[in-house]
Design a protein around this ligand. Sequence first.
Ligand SMILES: [Zn+2]
Length: 276
Amino acid sequence: MSSSVSRAMSRALVVLSLCMGASAGVSAAECACRYTDKAALQSGAQAMVDGFVAAVRDSGKADFTGVPVVVETTPNLIYVNLDRRTIYVPWWDDMDAATQGVFTQLAGDEASGRRMFDLLFQQFFVVHEAAHWLQFQASGLRGNADFLGGVDLYRNESEANAFAVAYWMRTPEGRAFLDEMAPVVAKAHAMLPNPVPADTTAAAYFNSNYDALGQDPMQYGWYQFQFVLDALAQRERLSLPTLVAGLDSEDADAPHVGVLWLDPNAAPGLLVDLPR
Ligand SMILES: [Zn+2]
C-alpha cells in the first residue's frame, strides 16, 4: 500500500483500541450499531455500558459502579479515561478521511470499512472499554498513570476482550453479532505482519516493549486483533462469573480465567486505548 495510506493506517491503528473487521455483507440484522445521530449513539453506547455493569454485578461483583459515555472523536478513537472516569466513543463523520480510509483498506471496500467501524467501535469495543473500567475498579489504583504502570498490560488487554465476548454472548443478539464480526477481524489481522521475534514469547515481548509497540500501529493492530480472535475462538466457553472471579486473583502468572491465551506465543495486547 502507498506510504500515505500506510502512515494513515499507522496513525489510526496506534490510537485505535482494537480494531478492524468487516466485510461480510451489510445486513444489519445482527448489529443495530449504525446510529442516526450522536444523541442516539450516546444513548445506545450508554445502554451497552449499563448492561455490562448490571451483568457484572449479577456475576458476583455487586459493588461495581457505572461510568458515563461521551461521544467525542479523538485520535484514540475509543478509550476510557480513568482520571476523568469517562468512556469516549467516536462519530464516523467527525473522523478525517485518512482514518476512515484505514477501515476501507483493512475491510476491502468502503461499505465494508464502515461496517467494520460500526461493529467494532460503536459496539464491541464499547464493552471492552467498560471492562477496563472494571479492571481499574478491581485494581484499587487511582488513575491512568497508576493503572498503566501497575498492571500486567498483556493480561489486561486479553481480559478486556474476553469480558466483551462473554458479555455479548449473554445478550439475545450477541451470538449473531460476534459471528459477523469474527471474519472481519480475521481478515484485518491477516493483513498485518506478526511482530513477535522468534526468540521470545508474545506476552514477554509485549510487556517488555510496551511503549515501542505502542508507537507502531501495525504491530499494535496485529496484537489487538489476535486478542480479539483468541477471545472469539473461546466464546462458547467464556463465562462472565468466571472472569469476574478472576479479577481478584493474586497470581500474576496464571491465566487467571483459565481459558484465555489458546496459544501463549501468539499474542500480547496493548493498552493503547488508554491515553498516557
Ligand atoms: Zn483495551
